[in-house]
Each structure stands twice: as C-alpha cells, then as structure tokens.
Design a protein around this ligand. Structure first.
Ligand SMILES: [Zn+2]
Length: 231
C-alpha cells in the first residue's frame, strides 16, 4: 500500500524516546504530512540528557541543547507543537505513571494518528526505544476511556480516541510513503542535531536506505511503517 488512498489525519503526534529518534525514523513522512496540512506534534519522553561523550558536559545543559536542536529540526519539518516529558535518558521504564503521562499528552493534544517506535521489533536492544513504543501504545489505549486516569479529566479535559498508529523503526512494514519530495527536509532536520551527528556519512546512508525502500515501489525515496487500525 503506498500513499495514494491513505486518509490523512488532521492532527498527528509522534511519541518517542530521544531527540533525533523521529528524525531518523519517520521525519520525511512527518514533513510530507505537514506539507499536506496535518498539524504535527512531537512528544519526547526524554531530552537525551546522557547522549554525549563529552566528559565536561552536565546533563541539564545537554538536555537544553538537545531540546533546542529538536525544536530546530521540528521547525524544518513543519512540526507545530512540542511536549517534553523530561525523563532521564537511558532510565525509561514501562510503568503506570509513564502510561498516565502519555495518556495526558494525548488527551491534551488530541491527535487522530500516533507515530511511535515499534515495540515489537525483534532484537531492539535500546531499552528506551522499547519503553517509548510500549508507553505510546498503552497511552493510546488509556487515553480513550474515561475511567482510565479519571483524575486527568477533572478540569474539563476529555478522553480521546486515537484510531490509527504508524510504527517506525519496524522490521515488518505494511505501508510505505513516497517521501521523494521531503527527503532533503529529513536530511536538513538530522543536521540540526549538531551535538549527536559526528559522521557526516550518515546523510548518504539515510538517502540510500530511503532509495532502497522505495525501489520495490518504483519511487525514488520511501519510508516504511507498520500501520495499525485500532478497533
Ligand atoms: Zn533513541
């Protein structure tokens, strides 16, 4: 299934572990959606406050730098809003508290589609990436029923159903988007993560990956996802 025939959401939220995860995993599609009028929101579970080899860099300063980098990258892509949950990098755990925070972000922002990291991907070794995917999925389910986290609904906030999910970083894609026209926005957004990108060869690797993904469909560049329609 390619992009044709896919009904665009009005609002979409990408939920992920670290600044730059979405740029690597789904940003050409994020840019495509934004260009087509989708209100894009980013929700980050951490601000990447341990992602450095610099022995002099304090974690709080690093988090500030990386949030700025994320805002710059998001601006390139057309992301309108950012939610920073500011948990510690590398220490995410699947918990009711985390599920509640994600549920709250979904109820606040009311996306009708969620992008997140595929928690079912085999051999996903980064614990934060697993937790982000599980928490996003569990948060989607919690957000839709009023008796889940009812304390969130006391001040006029309403429960919210997200009917569709796109999982990125997946081993089993079942939908592909033609991102030929936004691929260079993805590269520019990746470049915004100055504190993280040491090897400029990564840009050509990302172009080559998108080209390889698109080849089966006869398109120049593609991003693939596991697409879920929730009942
Ligand atoms: Zn990451």
């Amino acid at each position: 299934m390619a992009r044709s025939g896919f009904e665009l959401p009005k609002r979409a939220m990408a939920i992920f572990a670290h600044p730059d995860d979405a740029e690597f995993g789904c940003s050409a599609t994020v840019a495509l959606f934004a260009e087509m009028g989708v209100h894009m929101i980013y929700c980050l579970l951490t601000s990447g406050n341990k992602g450095t080899h610099d022995l002099e860099m304090p974690p709080d300063k690093l988090a500030q730098i990386r949030e700025e980098e994320q805002r710059t990258a998001g601006a390139v892509l057309g992301v309108k809003d950012f939610v920073f949950l500011r948990h510690d990098d590398g220490e995410l755990e699947v918990s009711m508290a985390m599920r509640g925070e994600v549920s709250k972000a979904i109820r606040d922002c009311k996306p009708d589609l969620v992008f997140t990291q595929d928690p079912w991907r085999p051999y996903q070794i980064h614990p934060d990436h697993r937790v982000a995917g599980w928490s996003a999925m569990d948060g989607v389910i919690a957000a839709r029923d009023h008796l889940f986290f009812p304390e969130q609904l006391r001040d006029g906030l309403t429960h919210h159903r997200v009917p569709r999910v796109l999982l990125f970083g997946t081993a089993e894609p079942n939908i592909w988007f033609d991102v030929s026209r936004t691929m260079e926005k993805k590269i520019e957004a990746l470049r915004a993560h100055v504190s993280q990108i040491r090897n400029p060869g990564i840009y050509d690797r990302m172009r080559a990956w998108a080209a390889m993904t698109g080849r089966a469909w006869g398109i120049d560049s593609a991003e693939g996802f596991r697409y879920l329609e929730l009942g």
